[in-house]
Design a protein around this ligand. Sequence first.
Ligand SMILES: Cc1cn([C@H]2C[C@H](O)[C@@H](COP(=O)(O)OP(=O)(O)O[C@H]3O[C@H](C)C(=O)[C@H](O)[C@H]3O)O2)c(=O)[nH]c1=O
Length: 188
Amino acid sequence: MSKFKKIETPIEGLYIIEPTVYGDNRGFFMESWNKKEFQEIGLNMEFVQDNHSRSTKGVLRGLHFQNPHSQGKLVRVIKGIVYDVAVDLRKNSKTYGQYYGIILSEENKKMFYIPEGFAHGFLVLSETADFMYKTTDYYCKECDGGIIWNDPDINIQWPLKEYVIEKPILSEKDKQLPTLKEYNEKNI
Ligand SMILES: Cc1cn([C@H]2C[C@H](O)[C@@H](COP(=O)(O)OP(=O)(O)O[C@H]3O[C@H](C)C(=O)[C@H](O)[C@H]3O)O2)c(=O)[nH]c1=O
């Protein structure tokens, strides 16, 4: 039996992963990724890069993807709380344009397994959040693409009010991202 539990989402190939956490009087230990244990539950993404970002409350990073060199991701939060979102942009997917969001936190230790072909982003809900993730392809600046966080067609229900966030803090780059419709008009 694998040390990791794979939980389905309404979007095919997108999973919530729950690790086994070994607690004792010192604290806890957990494996955050194990190639063999992941293969045992049918998860075969091979990672080549490990990332760490830290953000303050209200920061929203995303919605990003690379095209070409789309990156599959295994994401988790080691400090704080975020609302993490994956948007299905796989051309022939029956859930194209649909999103799934999940709270990832230091406390719940949940991980989000996001295949290639998705846009990804997150909103920081705690004073600060440390976000760690592995990717299946290398960063490619020239391949950087993105969709605006509040695309009306995707209609992501970011928990801004629930966490008393008036409006998200975005990078200059993210402020100027197109909607999915605008992106497709320019890139098809
Ligand atoms: C992503 C990345 C960035 N950088 C450099 C490029 C910039 O000088 C600096 C910040 O980059 P950026 O503003 O694109 O970082 P984020 O806004 O956190 O971007 C990420 O945000 C969302 C949530 C993602 O899922 C992607 O991994 C990625 O797009 O780090 C690198 O050197 N390597 C990298 O892999």
